[in-house]
Ligand binder design. Sequence first.
Ligand code: NAP
Length: 259
Amino acid sequence: MDLGIAGKKAIVCAASKGLGKACATSLAREGADITICARTPETLEATAEEIRALGGGSVNAIACDITSEEGRQMILEACPEPDILVNNAGGPPPGDFRDWDRDDWIKAVDANMLTPIFLIKATVDGMMDRKFGRIVNITSSAVKAPIDILGLSNGARAGLTGFVAGIARKTVRANVTINGILPGPFDTDRLRGNFQANADKLGITVEEFAQQKASGNPAGRFGDPAEFGELCAFVCSAQAGYITGQNLLIDGGGFPGTL
Ligand code: NAP
């Protein structure tokens, strides 16, 4: 299927690795001209080269911290009129809420709630004027089924999801959609990083713990980031103009509810 986004301009945040990289790859392969960011210049440039080698849309890489005002300015200067915006940032650390102080909460809310909100604010009116826009927020299955040790993530992402629910119906008439994609466990550095503490507690290796977790998922495995990227590209497609305000779970069936 031709997704109808060749030549569209896309910002993909936090995209040198994992899910962001997969979204950037799928969009570029569809011919979108992408601007990607991450904080570590070496990894970012290596990813940009990898995606360029696919021969799709152009790739512009901006090394910045997307959770800072300065970082957001840098990416918006590089791509001032995006047609597609994929919001993403590193997730907050796991832990016990008793140990988190105000600074921990502000950091989580900044990264996983306010950063996407400010990027939406900066881009949505232009998209509406141009009568095309696709905004995807990478959140988490924790929005639907909270994960106890990820309280900072549960809280901050629920805030973003509530905000988006309110505006996604205000933009769709101008062919601008805003949706969340909620990953369950995907095989990325982030996922494996979270396993270390659990494996240590059980006295087993990260690989052993990972195998136990993967076999507990109805699919019997973790998600492949490429599967996430392809869903993201479809949600950003010309064909997806009637999907807005949705929270699309992609978790191998991990969430046990009927709906
Ligand atoms: P990942 O593999 O660790 O990749 C994170 C990417 O974001 C890297 O490219 C990283 O590069 C970049 N990044 C992090 N903080 C940044 C910042 N402040 N500014 C710019 N770039 C930044 O993580 P992932 O698994 O893809 O996760 C992506 C998001 O999905 C996270 O919020 C995570 O919590 C959420 N999520 C993931 C899963 C999963 O199973 N993987 C499940 C649920 C939710 P630099 O470090 O160089 O900046």
